[in-house]
Design a protein around this ligand. Structure first.
Ligand code: NAG
Ligand code: NAG
Ligand code: NAG
Ligand code: NAG
Ligand code: NAG
Length: 491
């Protein structure tokens, strides 16, 4: 889509679109004035030339020297769809990014966006607009569908919805709505975000999230957007983005065999899935194009507990685990929970005084994390676990026990330098391995782990911070612009 040359800058204080003018109508306007002037001086030819010269000089000065108006895009009136087609982006002129996140010192940095006057100058010079306010690999714009509340807001009546381990679906939606790459103009969007809260239904009996309704919800959402607007149909959903942040991504089941049997619903197989699930190699539940994101933990909870830098924390628990550990692992459809790993750990190490193993979560969970040196992160039903993110955020070395697990954002963080990875069949050697690391290289692992940028990568900050979980997700997304309909059909 080409940009419109905007010359008249009328931010008239209402919501909506700026007025459009073209260079031609702009110079016509001036020609008109010049004609009027030439009437009064018509006998003095020199005056005509002089006034034309002055006008020309003023015009050139205006274009090259004066700063372009900055508040063009705010508070303007929504125009008809046809205007949107050609239109300018409507966005905030500046955006605040957190530069530090460590709870102690939160300095803020203003990121100045200059989208609109860039548009102006660049139209004159005929070069593409450098729109990239977040400094991603590629500049992208994201359109966030305004879906009926039954797909999202209605679920928020349950408070856990915005805070539990799958809550990135809520956080990303909220963060995108206030991000500078959101666009209100679907015709210029590279990607379309589908804000559907799939994981917000909790079983009244067990309290765990239920997923059975999710495929239907997904289908309803797709039917809704594809009947209302043309964007799904024109790309077959290729540029549409979903969050499927539970056990086996878009397969919508917490048991692997069931998840594989269901597969990813056909309707979204060509879309982009943001998922916490990840293993190396082929897996039917990551067969759709996907970006692996970290599980959600609440950044504000982290900041309320991590008051001192993690290196100054006294850590008097050697190895820590709190959570579901079946004493006799149940056999659900032939699958043993955690492939028996958690049970094994409990049986073998619960009498070892350096292991702090508890089978139920408690209120002092975060305080325990702060007191621990090694935090065990064995697989559950799925290989990934929010414990990995919790451990990093609270400065405890994650000990990941889940064969073949793929970790989020491994292009940006060197996981091997800040965590331990132990094979499931080596779990009997767990104590020996930890003792060995503690004697040899614990402090270098901790040093890497405590780097602020490594902890920030896994948190969905609000608002978006450069280098945080949402930023990295968007950065990955921006490397997939080959899926963008706009970039490929109109440029
Ligand atoms: C943008 O990213 C580039 C390359 O990653 C970096 O060199 C540059 O400093 C960044 N600019 C800002 C303003 O962060
Ligand atoms: C998109 O395709 C579906 C199925 O073919 C159709 O029902 C729907 O009307 C189309 N949407 C638009 C906006 O044309
Ligand atoms: C679980 O079920 C499978 C197959 O049904 C069986 O082979 C296995 O021994 C069972 N495991 C346990 C711990 O009961
Ligand atoms: C620490 O030591 C362990 C065991 O020797 C090794 O596997 C790991 O790579 C080391 N990590 C770092 C960051 O040096
Ligand atoms: C990780 O460790 C390796 C070897 O110890 C080192 O070469 C590399 O620079 C480290 N990376 C980071 C990010 O510290």
């Amino acid at each position: 889509m080409h940009r419109v040359s905007v010359v008249e800058w009328k931010g008239n204080g209402h919501r909506g679109i700026v007025s459009y003018g073209t260079v031609t109508s702009f110079s016509k306007h001036y020609k008109h004035e010049a004609t009027a002037m030439s009437h009064s001086f018509w006998k003095k030819r020199r005056s005509i030339w002089l006034s034309i010269c002055i006008l020309f000089t003023v015009f050139v000065l205006c274009v090259s020297v004066l700063p372009a108006p900055m508040d063009v895009s705010e508070n303007l009136e929504t125009g008809p769809l046809e205007l949107l087609r050609k239109g300018l982006p409507i966005e905030k002129k500046s955006y605040v990014l957190h530069e530090r996140m460590d709870g102690l010192e939160k300095s803020r940095k203003e990121w100045q966006l200059k989208p609109d006057h860039f548009t102006f100058y660049n139209t004159l010079r005929n070069v593409p607009t450098p729109f990239n306010p977040l400094n991603l690999t590629n500049g992208i714009r994201v359109y966030v569908y305004d879906l009926p509340q039954k797909f999202n807001k209605d679920w928020l009546v349950d408070e856990r919805c915005s805070n539990h381990l799958f809550a990135s679906e809520v956080a990303i939606h909220k963060i995108l709505l206030s991000s500078p790459i959101k666009t209100l103009n679907p015709y210029e969007a590279d990607f379309f975000f589908m804000p559907v809260y799939f994981s917000c239904k909790f079983s009244s009996k067990t309290g765990f999230p239920r997923l059975g309704h999710a495929p239907k919800l997904m289908e309803d959402a797709v039917n809704h957007v594809s009947s209302m607007m043309e964007f799904w149909n024109r790309s077959g959903g290729k540029d549409h983005v979903f969050v499927a942040a539970h056990d086996f991504g878009a397969c919508f089941h917490s048991l692997e065999s069931e998840a594989i049997a269901h597969g990813i619903p056909e309707i979204v197989q060509s879309s982009l899935i943001l998922q916490t699930f990840g293993v190396h190699g082929f897996h039917p539940c990551q067969a759709a194009e996907n970006i692996q994101i970290p599980p959600y933990i609440s950044p504000s909870t982290v900041f309320s507990y991590v008051k001192k830098p993690p290196e100054e924390q006294r850590r008097n628990i050697f190895a820590f685990f709190r959570g579901k550990m079946e004493i006799n692992p149940k056999n659900v459809s032939g699958l043993v929970y955690s492939r028996g790993v958690r049970t094994y750990i409990y049986k073998k190490f619960s009498r070892n005084r350096r292991f702090f193993l508890k089978r139920h979560r408690a209120d002092n969970y975060q305080l325990d994390l702060l007191r621990s040196t090694f935090c065990l992160c064995p697989l559950g039903w799925a290989p990934w676990s929010p414990r990995i993110v919790e451990a990093v955020a609270y400065g405890c070395v994650p000990v990941i026990i889940a064969d073949n697990i793929r970790l989020p954002y491994s292009h940006a963080i060197d996981w091997s330098n800040m965590s331990l990875n132990i094979r499931e069949h080596d779990v009997h050697k767990l104590y020996k391995i930890l003792l060995n690391v503690a004697a040899k290289n614990l402090s270098s692992i901790q040093k890497n782990l405590w780097k602020e940028e490594n902890r920030r990568v896994l948190l969905f900050m609000e608002p978006l911070a450069k280098g945080d979980a949402t930023w990295h997700m968007l950065d990955r997304l921006s490397t997939k612009v080959d899926r963008s309909f706009v970039k490929h059909e109109n440029f």
